[in-house]
Ligand binder design. Structure first.
Ligand SMILES: Cc1cc2nc3c(=O)[nH]c(=O)nc-3n(C[C@H](O)[C@H](O)[C@H](O)COP(=O)(O)OP(=O)(O)OC[C@H]3O[C@@H](n4cnc5c(N)ncnc54)[C@H](O)[C@@H]3O)c2cc1C
Length: 512
């Protein structure tokens, strides 16, 4: 007897989205979350007594309105900022450029360094605006069915519409998009700009979570995806989104169990899903299971050996998910300035050469002594995260390998913390002496705490092959070769990031 219509594995933001949408359509849904808190990577946590982050991540500007509207999250307290948050690009010689959502204001800031770059920035943003329509369409819809042996009229129409969208850009923009998409981000931006730290700072999001340096092929596509997807940030950060999703799910009747780890997906005699078994032995029955944990965790750890077909097992094993991001949270006993300014978001990078040099050691399972940093000081807008007058500095440290050859010992982690502080001192002299607490999380820690396979922040790398048929061709449209098993996490289209879209589109396919 099925106790539920659908069991959702994982209470991250995508699992909660799937559950809420299915329950709104009258399904009886259970969410089982391994950790004691909901939100997955998006959960806000106290890292030092009295000091908290709003989530492991910084940027909530990718949340898609499609899912938000469907779940009426604004009725559950979700609010957006008026525009994309300002980001300060920092140069090692003390200079900085504030990238704002307003293109003219940003161009004026850039003009201080280069008149040519100010004009190039306007052109760059005009190009992003034009191609944004194509990317929006890709983000907001399931990937087209490209199974040539079973093409239906409906899937041909979808494919034709995508082609028309590209054609609708006009010849000049379409040709430019086709030219630049496979380029490395360094070549792409070198064609446009001349100021090194501006180019490095603009390129940085293309490399976040990527096994890539600025001279890696196809990195431009990641930059375009990020630029086009990035709209307004969520007020209160990722935790605020999780709170609203939880309320929407509960109001729709979703049952949520935390501290409930699935150790096995159960199959019946026909090989179809029949439920899950939790750690401790409890079995819960349902004919459908939607997994929001990583595809590798789902197929390689939640089935017995030889239980799923060899080919599926083989290709899932081949998904590339080499984590390259670490996190350092600092508790600081004063207010913090970077290059002499109070800012909430900032990026370092300085030049393509320095970014590429930071990536080089990753290929040999080694760690750079000079990482580039994505800095968020959440206490600038939310002082309640720390004692009065104190600050939280949350830093995503890029190009830090999961499979560090020497191993992530306590000494290695301390060295990473020291290197980050050394780098930060360049922009905020004296900051080291104000540190009263520090948390260092390596990709190996992400795997242990958040069940992120190889510590990869997006449940699998965003490289062009893994974006087109994500995570693998036979699972690219949320269904899988295992009858009754669906995917609904960041390992599915349109990929990682706080978007709600894998959860939203996964739920739509389950309902179909
Ligand atoms: C350090 C870091 C920084 C990031 N920065 C950004 C950023 O700035 N902007 C951005 O948009 N994105 C960022 N990301 C990526 C983004 O956070 C993720 O892509 C997204 O949050 C994943 O959401 P999800 O719901 O798909 O999966 P998750 O949040 O990973 O949720 C999956 C859930 O499944 C649970 N689970 C796993 N196995 C089991 C099991 N066997 N039984 C029960 N439960 C299980 C896990 O505990 C987890 O709660 C970052 C990620 C990291 C790690």
């Amino acid at each position: 007897m099925s106790q539920y219509d659908i069991i959702v594995i994982g209470g991250g933001h995508n699992g909660l989205t799937t559950a809420a949408i299915l329950a709104k359509k009258g399904k009886k849904v259970l969410v089982v979350e391994k950790r004691d808190v909901l939100g997955g990577i998006a959960a806000g946590e106290e890292f030092h007594p009295g000091y908290s982050t709003t989530g492991l991540l910084h940027d909530t500007s990718g949340v898609r309105t499609e899912a938000i509207k469907k779940l009426q999250l604004e009725n559950h307290g979700l609010e957006f900022e008026n525009a994309r948050a300002d980001v300060m690009l920092l140069s090692k010689d003390g200079k900085s450029i504030n990238i704002q959502s307003d293109v003219d204001s940003t161009a004026t800031a850039i003009k201080e360094f280069s008149e040519k770059d100010a004009g190039a920035y306007r052109e760059y943003q005009a190009f992003i605006k034009k191609v944004g329509k194509v990317f929006d369409n890709l983000m907001d819809n399931p990937p087209p069915d490209i199974d040539v042996e079973h093409l239906t009229m409906a899937s041909l129409v979808v494919l034709a519409k995508k082609g028309m969208l590209l054609k609708g850009l006009g010849n000049k923009t379409m040709m430019e998009l086709l030219k630049v998409a496979p380029m490395c981000v360094a070549d792409f931006l070198n064609e446009k700009f001349e100021t090194d730290f501006l180019k490095a700072g603009l390129a940085a999001p293309a490399l976040y979570g990527s096994y890539a340096g600025p001279w890696s092929a196809y990195s431009t596509i990641n930059l375009l995806l990020w630029e086009c997807a990035s709209k307004s940030n969520v007020k209160g950060g990722p935790q605020a989104l999780v709170d609203a999703l939880q309320k929407a799910a509960e109001q729709a009747g979703v049952e949520i169990r935390t501290g409930a780890e699935v150790e096995k997906i159960l199959l019946d005699n026909e090989g179809a899903v029949s439920g899950v078994r939790l750690k401790g032995g409890e079995e819960i029955h349902a004919k459908k299971v939607a997994a929001s944990c990583t595809p590798k965790e789902t197929f390689l750890n939640l089935f017995d050996d030889f239980e799923i077909e060899y080919e599926l097992d083989y290709w899932i094993d081949k998904i590339r998910s080499r984590g390259t991001t670490a996190k350092v949270n600092l508790a600081i006993n004063k207010s913090v300035q970077l290059n002499g300014k109070t800012v909430e978001y900032a990026r370092t990078g300085n030049s393509f050469d320095e970014m590429e040099k930071a990536f080089d050691p990753v290929k040999y399972r080694e760690v750079t002594g000079a990482p580039f940093l994505d800095i968020h000081i959440p206490t600038v807008s939310n002082p309640s995260l720390a004692p009065e007058g104190h600050s939280v500095v949350s830093i995503l440290v890029h190009q830090i390998p999961y499979d560090f050859e020497a191993g992530w010992s306590a000494d290695a982690k301390k060295q990473l913390g020291d290197d980050v502080l050394k780098e930060l001192e360049i922009y905020s002299p004296g900051i080291s002496s104000a540190v009263v607490g520090m948390e260092i999380l390596t990709p190996a820690d992400f795997e242990e705490r958040y069940t992120l396979t190889e510590g990869h922040i997006f449940h699998g790398e965003h490289f062009v092959d893994q974006l087109v048929t994500r995570p693998i061709p036979s699972c690219a449209r949320y269904t899988t070769p295992v009858s009754g098993l669906y995917l609904c996490g960041s390992g599915s289209h349109p990929g990682g990031g706080i978007t709600c879209m894998p959860g939203y589109l996964g739920a739509s396919m389950i309902l179909k």
